[in-house]
Design a protein around this ligand. Structure first.
Ligand SMILES: Nc1nc2c(c(=O)[nH]1)N[C@H]1C(S)=C(S)[C@@H](COP(=O)(O)O)O[C@H]1N2
Ligand SMILES: [Mo]
Length: 174
């Protein structure tokens, strides 16, 4: 190796690495796996933002909540194991006191589920499927999962499909 003689080569190599880094991130290219994040507002007792209006969960905060798994098929996926925090634990963390949860997504879909679903079905906000993080292109970063296979009468079918909200970015407690 001739690093000492060819110090400029190292500089050139470093510049190439930086150029690549800027090409992939600086140009605004979305990362394959979006960082986990979730904003919760509305009827909540705890906030953590500057103007005390919402509770922002960072990836670390979401991963710090106890992880629960549900194995089920959905209209879009064969039987798989979904993992993530309980919606109930997210609501508990923010001190939610409403009885409806309005869910907002990256694709601007909105759907409201009753808080009673959390105890009835043990609903989870899944960030992974079969051990792999959900990609934005594949229901990620967060996907509301109900145990459909365990409640075929109540959770299978067209009307229940609306509850399986993917690309979740925010919850509003009503
Ligand atoms: N993020 C997101 N989740 C969503 C939807 C959506 O448009 N965006 N549609 C919901 C509704 S109303 C139903 S019936 C199903 C629709 O699934 P489909 O688009 O495969 O018919 O997914 C639900 N989850
Ligand atoms: Mo729907």
């Amino acid at each position: 190796m001739h690093y000492k003689k060819n110090g400029w080569l190292r500089v050139l190599a470093l510049m190439s690495v930086l150029a690549l880094a800027f090409a992939s991130f600086g140009a605004g290219a979305a990362p394959l796996t979006a960082a986990l994040a979730l904003d919760v507002k509305g009827k909540i007792a705890k906030t953590n933002d500057a103007d005390h209006s919402e509770f922002h969960f960072s990836e670390a905060q979401l991963l710090a909540l106890p992880a629960h798994s549900i194995s089920t098929s959905t209209t879009w996926t064969a039987k798989s194991t979904f993992t993530g925090p309980l919606l109930a634990d997210i609501l508990k963390t923010v001190g939610a006191y409403g009885d409806q949860i309005e869910i907002h997504t990256l694709d601007d879909y909105t759907y409201t589920v009753p808080v009673s679903d959390t105890s009835r079905y043990g609903v989870i906000v899944a960030y992974s499927m079969n051990g792999k993080r959900l990609q934005v292109s594949d229901f990620g970063p967060l996907f509301l999962i109900y145990p459909r296979d365990q409640f075929p009468g109540e959770l299978a079918g067209a009307s229940a499909d609306a509850k399986f909200v993917w690309q979740i970015k925010a919850l509003i407690v009503k």
